[in-house]
Each structure stands twice: as structure tokens, then as C-alpha cells.
Design a protein around this ligand. Structure first.
Ligand code: UN1
Length: 499
């Protein structure tokens, strides 16, 4: 699909694409895609106020009716799946198949949210007092501030937006300044759904296009009860205390340093496939990317040699091409960070395979790399750090109890997996003494989660849970109601107070 065709199908008109000062480059070839207008910082306050005024109305619409909007939005996504997937690929560099997967993740999220809009249940609780009833109710929170990353420019937004909207909130969204075009396209699709729904000029979501200062405006605004932020642990460390200081809430999805244990009984064919998808897929730029593999000593040589062979024949190149499996890194900084990490790994005793830049002559302004495997005897500091690039550390282990301890010995706690056919190992890995991550899988890799489960991690990953299960509760406030239908006023705990 030609660029112009993609833009026009997503209603990105010439004026939007040419009149601003934020230059968007494609990681495919470094080509300038557009010049977008940034949101002036001085507008942020008014935008948030407008979103708050819209919230006061939207919260009164019954939740199943709010679900009707997301149903229409899901239809827009189904109609525009192909062009949005292309735009995701153009703007963030993931292969088209994964671009399609990302849009499918949004569609799945819409379906889930529509059903959920009839299920925002609270409990009814037995009261200790006669003639009393207790229940909990869930109410909308207000304006939700969303800060999203470049690597899942549309799915992470959809996880939050679909739930926040059916829960009766409005949104102010600051996408990564590296991927504003996909954000504008999503805004257009949402606008279309909102118009079809019968509300004029989309009061429900506003965009802040630009850099960190706009994010700060969200973080510090007392009219935003919840900031949902996805990005690095460093960013989270900055955001969380600021939001806490005004008693706001944070939903954080931060760094991962995801591990896999490959046990002696593992099905090596499955393990190899899972390692390849989760270590080199998305060019190592998923928060769920596999970064550490602990391989039992009895199968280590076989598996690592096989992986090296497969790494050598990986199709690296233009992510729009059908056969490509590994697209470019997002930018030069990312490439430099990868090289600095590989140097450090070498100094810490790592033996490096791959990791070099390729296709430099064809694409002098883009950064394609061979994914790297680093054989390293111990979990040194470099292994304990997340570098957002395709670097897989492989380590040998002997003993299952020891490897569990090593697996958890990092600051991050997002995703994890074990390949084993030993039920004791599998169950232990998922038990209280097992993986300390928010996601713990058996016989599948750590990346590529479905939307139905709660997504998020522990420790420096920030503790947030998004998408499935009961993550919707993050976007609502809980009230406990006690109702007295008796003719007396008994006090709880049997207290007598005869005034
Ligand atoms: C991310 O990288 O920020 O589980 C999200 C996965 C995807 C989501 C990744 N469903 O890999």
C-alpha cells in the first residue's frame, strides 16, 4: 500500500501532515513522513478542563450504552485494520504481520470492553446488623491521563481507552512523540465512531502531541485522578512520586527483563520457536521481549548451537516485505544503546554472537541489526539491566532451585516462562516460591500475551495491571454502601451509645 493511500484511508489530510514542526521519520529508511503540529503547552490546562466538563456528562450515560460506542469503534478498526497496521509498521518499524497483530489486539480489546460494559459488578455483602444490607458500587473516576510508548503505539492505548471509556471516564492522551501519526489515526477512527454514536465533535478524548513537558502537564494536574503510563522504569520513577504527592493514582507498566528457564525435559522444538519469537520479534523492542534464557547444562550446547544457526538465517530487512522477520530499531539512539550494552557485556565476560548493523548501504539513515546472543557465565550487572534491543543473554544452570533464585534476581518483574514437561517444575514455577513476575507461562514464551488476562508486572515494572481480568477496576472508584431498612439504628461492633 502506498504511503499516500494509507494516510488518506485514515483521514490524515495534507494539512495535518505538513504544517507543523514535529518531524516524524520512518525507522524503515529514515524518510520524513510528516510534519505535525505540536500541542502548545499553554493549551494543556484548557484541554484538561474541557475533558473534565465532558466527563461530568459522560459519567451519566449508562455503562451498557457507553459500550455501544466501543462496539462502533471496534467496527471502525475492523474496516481500517489493514491501513492502520501499515501505518504502525511505517511509524514504529515492526513487521507488518505484527502490525496486524497489534490492531487485532485493539479489536479484541473492543469486544472485551463491550461485554464488560454490562458487567461492572460490585459485591453484595452480608451485614452484621439486622435489617441492613451492604453493597459495593463502582463509579467513574474522571479524566484519565494516558502516556503511551512508541513500541505498541496503538494497542497499549486501546487497552486503556476502551476500559476507561466504558467505565465512564474521558481521556487526555499523550502518545510517544516518535509515533504521533498512529495516534492521530486512532483519534480519527474514534471520532468517526463518536459521530456515528450521535455525539458531535468528540468531547471524550483529546490528544497532546509533543514531548515530555506535555506529559508533565498531565502528571501535575489535580483534575486527573489517574495517570496510566507505559515506558521505562526511569520514567515511572519520575512520574509516580509526583502523582502521589497530589494523591492521584498511577497505573504503571514499566521495564521488563523477562526470563525463560529451559529444563532438561523441555520440548526443544517448541522452546526454540518460542525463543525466536520472543527474543527477536519486534526487533527486541517489546516490554515482554525475552532477554534472559537459563538453559539446563545437559541441553545447553544443542539449544544454543541451534539458535545461532537460526539467528544466522533470520530475514532482516524492510518490515513491509512479506518474508521479513526482523525490522529496524526505532532510531540511532536505540542502536547506540545496543552497541554500548554489547561492549559492556563483553567487558563483563560475555561471548557475543551477532549484534552488528546490517543493510547500512541500502538504508544509511535507518538502523537494522542482527539480533545478538550473549553467552555469559553469570548474571552480571549488564544482564540485570533492560536494554530495549534484540540482545538475548544465555546462561547455563544445573539445579532447579538455584535457577529459580537467579531468575528472580533482577529488579524488574514483568513476564517469565518455563519450558518443561515435568509437572513439579511447572507448578513450582507458578507457585509462591516460583517466578515473581506478573506473567508466568508454561511452554510458551514470555511475549505475546492475550488481552483477556491482566497484563502487567511487579517490582520495578510498576505493579499496574491493564487489559483483561478485573483491570477495569483501576478506572473506577469503589464505594461501599450500607443501607438500613429497619426501624432501629444498631451500631456496628455492638457499640451502645445512648445519647
Ligand atoms: C508492550 O511491549 O508494551 O504481550 C506490550 C505482548 C503484547 C503487548 C506488549 N500483547 O507482548
Amino acid at each position: 500500500m502506498a504511503y499516500q493511500q494509507i494516510f488518506s484511508k485514515l483521514n490524515l489530510d495534507k494539512h495535518t501532515l505538513t504544517t507543523g514542526s514535529l518531524i516524524v521519520h520512518s525507522p524503515l529508511d529514515g524518510q520524513e513522513l510528516a510534519r505535525i503540529t505540536e500541542t502548545p503547552l499553554s493549551d494543556a490546562e484548557t484541554i484538561i478542563q474541557t475533558a473534565h466538563a465532558a466527563f461530568l456528562e459522560w459519567r451519566l450515560v449508562p455503562a451498557p450504552k457507553r459500550g455501544g460506542l466501543i462496539r462502533l469503534f471496534g467496527e471502525e478498526l475492523r474496516t481500517h485494520k489493514e491501513e492502520l497496521a501499515h501505518l504502525v509498521t511505517l511509524e514504529c518499524g515492526k513487521i507488518l504481520e505484527e502490525g496486524r497483530g497489534e490492531v487485532q489486539e485493539m479489536i479484541d480489546m473492543c469486544d472485551f470492553a463491550v461485554g464488560l460494559s454490562r458487567q461492572l459488578y460490585g459485591l453484595t455483602i452480608a451485614s452484621e446488623r439486622p435489617g441492613h444490607r451492604m453493597m459495593e458500587t463502582w463509579h467513574p473516576l474522571g479524566v484519565i491521563g494516558l502516556i503511551t510508548p512508541f513500541n505498541f503505539p496503538v494497542a497499549v492505548w486501546a487497552w486503556n481507552a476502551c476500559l476507561a471509556l466504558i467505565c465512564g471516564n474521558t481521556l487526555v492522551w499523550k502518545p510517544s512523540e516518535k509515533t504521533p501519526l498512529t495516534a492521530l489515526a486512532c483519534q480519527n477512527l474514534l471520532n468517526q465512531a463518536i459521530t456515528r454514536y450521535g455525539i458531535a465533535s468528540n468531547p471524550l478524548q483529546h490528544l497532546l502531541i509533543g514531548g515530555q513537558k506535555l506529559g508533565e502537564a498531565l502528571v501535575s494536574n489535580p483534575n486527573i485522578p489517574l495517570i496510566s503510563a507505559t515506558g521505562s522504569s526511569r520514567m515511572g520513577q519520575h512520574v509516580a512520586p509526583k502523582v502521589a504527592s497530589r494523591f492521584g493514582q498511577c497505573l504503571l507498566e514499566l521495564g521488563g527483563n523477562n526470563g525463560m528457564i529451559v529444563a532438561p525435559s523441555a520440548d526443544l522444538k517448541l522452546a526454540t520457536h518460542a525463543i525466536l519469537f520472543s527474543a527477536v520479534g519486534t526487533a527486541g523492542q517489546r516490554c515482554t521481549t525475552l532477554r534472559r534464557a537459563f538453559i539446563h547444562e545437559t541441553i545447553y550446547d544443542t539449544l544454543v548451537n541451534d539458535l545461532k544457526k537460526r539467528y544466522q538465517s533470520l530475514a532482516i530487512g524492510n518490515p513491509l516485505a512479506k518474508e521479513t522477520l526482523v525490522g529496524p530499531l526505532i532510531d540511532q539512539n536505540s542502536y547506540q544503546a545496543m552497541q554500548a550494552t554489547l561492549n559492556q557485556a563483553h567487558q563483563e565476560g560475555g561471548k557475543i554472537f551477532g549484534g552488528k548493523r546490517v543493510l547500512e548501504e541500502t538504508y544509511p539513515h535507518a538502523y537494522y541489526v542482527c539480533p545478538a546472543i550473549v553467552e555469559i557465565p553469570q548474571q552480571t550487572p549488564v544482564v540485570q539491566t533492560e536494554t530495549f534491543a534484540p540482545i538475548l543473554y544465555v546462561m547455563k544452570y544445573k539445579n532447579f532451585e538455584e535457577v529459580l533464585t537467579l531468575h528472580n534476581d533482577v529488579a524488574q518483574g514483568l513476564s517469565s516462562s518455563i519450558f518443561t514437561n515435568d509437572i513439579r517444575e511447572a507448578e513450582t514455577f507458578m507457585s509462591a516460591q516460583g517466578s515473581d513476575c506478573g506473567i508466568a507461562n508454561v511452554n510458551i514464551g514470555p511475549s505475546g500475551a492475550e488481552i483477556g488476562g491482566a497484563f502487567g508486572g511487579n517490582k520495578e515494572t510498576g505493579g499496574g495491571r491493564e487489559s483483561g481480568s478485573d483491570a477495569w477496576k483501576n478506572y473506577m472508584r469503589q464505594a461501599t454502601n450500607t443501607i438500613n431498612y429497619s426501624r432501629d439504628l444498631p451500631l456496628a461492633q455492638g457499640i451502645k451509645f445512648d445519647a
